[in-house]
Design a protein. Structure first.
Lengths: 468, 203
């Protein structure tokens, strides 16, 4: 057999049917669902009078619409339609025999935090979810793709996805990160340099010494943002770090079965000599913390940089894009990023809400106070992360500094649950999308790492963590 | 699914790159357990003024002459962002049956076929020509799926490429789930073989 990439190995192992003139049928090992994009899919099954093909491998989570206020109950849910979404998820899980991590389940959390944390997402698997940031799971060496609701219905009914074979891309990231510079900064720099659609039709494998040195949590941050580069999926090859991460997790295999699986996982790495359809190289030794200034994640500069001038852009379409973004963001060309004041700091989302993210943020907060002009909130990615952060004393550090300490959910990443920005409110956010209105109509989002978010909370304006 | 063969309709130009699914339908309007009711929230943040219901006269969909638009001509990377199928549902319910752009985000592109919208990819220069030439009252296009072409009122014809499987499914109005279930024996055979190979996947 010719040398193959990691993606191709996983792809080949999951082909159910691939005939000329058809779209390949790919088997799906794990199906994660949530309340925001699944109701219509389950309704479709009812109409067709079909069961879920493998309910035991389908897991439902409630995360998008839940309140994050401590001690939350159903009456705290922001509005009637959200209650309807939550109750429908409960009913569908019950009727179709699907395990549900409900609002008050001790394992509840954001679907992309919970999947790896519980060992539901395992190396070598195919994983889908009706959610674009499913790419996150690729950090474990998984082909994980976000799908639409009709495809959710298709997977529920058949355990398969009709999927054209994507192209492959390798982004080599080499070097040693400076203290305070994180996987999030790498992700933003990659998108800033290569563009928001560099990955269209491709699966990106992240490789290189800088990626190898990342923890699994850092790799998840990187793969999470692969969708913001337009990719079908992001992946990192499993190594010993991956295997130790998975070992002992609740839904991971154990004993003999684990050892057998681990052998298979080790063989997944891309073979020497395998060809990719596209390759890019990036050195990160001198990478600075990144801050977005515009309305897509590719509009990003170093924290030491300034707001770009549209007049310097020769392409009229790109110039118009910069002008529109600056107008929406209320920023002036030439303004120094570190002079921009923020109203809100949000630490959370499936990009940066794992315990390592919270540890990093707490490191910049300990012994300091949130600036007087700032409201700052921390929303752990799962209830398990929340418990661990409490045990480690991180929650106390945040609370003493003046942060709100919340329960798990998507929260202000998507602003469906009541946590949101008002028009003109400026936010340093550890989430993944700075789109217009993403955190609330008229809200102005700047994407940053947890370290930069924490430092910004205490200084009240974008801060360079390296100088703190 | 509905069949798509040919379509004649008013095309409206949306000359912005990277239009994302939060632009197409903001998340606060996703809270429904049905597939319908999203059309009125299409492009809500652009289409309505601050009060949320007064039409914004500066937004192209609100310009006189585009009321009955059924073809959207857009720019690079249309539909990027979230996987929400509510985006094509909102476009379809508003009246769009066809979207023309130089490139689409992958998930959105697939979602269109499942939502009775035909996404058409044309070269950047051809889309630029359309974006520059469409005017209210003079913007009808003819879309012909069998011959894979778009023809302007002036008689210019642009050819487009489309995957034969997608083309056939759109022309026949095929249902993917029905098609896949017709191969259920192959799915079961795969599971049986895979269980031997990787028992840890079947606890
Ligand atoms: S945290 Fe944000 S990006 Fe992640 S799943 Fe929730 S809404 Fe989507």
């Amino acid at each position: 057999m010719p040398p193959r990439t990691m993606f191709e190995k996983i792809w080949d192992a999951h082909i159910v049917r691939d005939e000329p003139g058809e779209v390949p049928m790919l088997y799906i090992d794990r199906h994660l669902t949530h309340e925001a994009t699944s109701p219509q899919a389950f309704a479709g099954l009812r109409e067709r009078n079909l069961p879920v093909h493998r309910p035991e491998t389908t897991i439902a989570v409630i995360d998008h619409n839940v309140p994050t206020t401590p001690g939350r109950r159903l009456v705290d849910v922001v509005d009637e339609p959200s209650v309807m979404c939550i109750e429908t998820m409960e009913e569908n899980a019950r009727d179709f025999g699907v395990t549900l991590l409900d609002m008050n389940n001790e394992d509840q959390g954001i679907v992309h935090v919970v999947g790896p944390e519980l060992g539901l997402s395992l190396p070598g698997m195919t994983v889908v979810c009706g959610d674009s940031h499913t790419s996150t799971h690729g950090a474990l060496g998984i082909f994980a793709v976000g799908i639409g609701t009709s495809e959710v219905e298709h997977v529920l009914a058949t355990q398969c996805l009709l999927q054209r074979k994507p192209k492959t891309m390798n982004i080599h990231i080499d070097g040693v990160l400076r203290p305070g510079v994180t996987a999030k900064d790498i992700a933003l720099a990659v998108i800033g340099k290569l563009g928001t659609n560099v990955g269209t039709h491709h699966v990106i494998e992240f490789s290189g010494s800088a990626v190898r040195s990342l923890t699994i949590e850092g790799r998840m941050t990187l793969c999470n943002m692969a969708i913001e580069a337009g990719a079908r999926a992001g992946m990192v090859a499993p190594d010993d770090v991956t295997i130790e991460y998975v070992r002992g997790r609740r839904f991971a295999p154990s004993g003999e079965l684990f050892e057998q699986a681990a052998e298979q996982w080790k063989a997944l790495a891309t073979d020497p000599g395998a060809r990719f359809d596209a390759e890019y190289h990036l050195a990160v030794d001198d990478l600075a913390p990144q801050v977005t200034w515009g309305t897509n994640p590719g509009m990003v500069v170093d924290v030491t940089g300034t707001i770009p001038d549209p007049a310097a852009e020769s392409d009229p379409v790109a110039r118009a894009g910069i002008e529109q973004a600056l107008e929406y963001m209320g920023l002036e060309p030439g303004q120094r990023i570190q002079d921009v004041e923020v109203d809100t700091v949000f630490i959370g989302s499936c990009t940066n809400s794992r315990v390592e993210d919270l540890r990093m943020a707490a490191g910049y907060v300990a012994g300091r106070r949130v600036a007087a002009n700032v409201r700052a909130i921390v929303v752990p990615g799962s209830m398990s992360v929340r418990r661990q952060a409490e045990e480690e004393g991180l929650a106390d550090i945040f609370r003493e500094a003046g942060f709100e300490w919340r329960e798990a959910g998507c929260s202000m990443c998507i602003a469906m649950n009541g946590d949101r920005l008002s028009a003109g409110e400026r936010c340093a956010s550890t989430s993944n999308r700075n789109f217009e209105g993403r955190q609330g109509r008229g809200g102005q989002t700047h994407l940053v790492s947890p370290a930069t978010a924490a430092a910004t909370a205490v200084t009240g304006r974008f801060a360079d963590v390296r100088a703190l | 699914m509905e069949k798509f063969i040919t379509h004649d309709g008013v095309a409206v130009p949306l000359a912005r790159t990277n239009v994302n699914t939060d632009d197409i339908i903001p998340a606060r309007f996703l809270k429904s357990i049905r597939r319908t009711g999203f059309g009125k929230f299409l492009f809500a943040n652009w289409r309505y003024l601050e009060d949320g219901h007064t039409p914004n006269p500066d937004f192209v969909l609100n310009e006189p002459g585009y009321e009955d638009a059924s073809i959207l001509v857009a720019d690079e990377n249309f539909g990027c962002g979230s996987s929400r199928e509510h985006a094509p549902w909102a476009l379809r319910e508003y009246g769009f049956v066809c979207i023309i752009a130089p490139s689409f985000a992958d998930i959105f592109y697939n979602n269109c076929f499942n939502s009775n919208i035909l996404p058409i990819t044309l070269a950047s220069s051809q889309v630029a020509t359309l974006l520059n030439s469409l005017r209210p009252g003079a913007s009808t296009l003819h879309v012909d799926l069998p011959s894979q072409s778009v023809t302007t009122a002036e008689g210019h014809t642009f050819h487009f490429e489309i995957d034969p499987f997608n083309k056939n499914a759109a022309m026949e109005g095929l249902d993917n789930i029905g098609w896949s279930l017709s191969h259920k024996d192959e799915i079961l055979a795969y599971e049986k073989a895979r269980r031997q190979e990787a028992p840890w996947l079947f606890p």
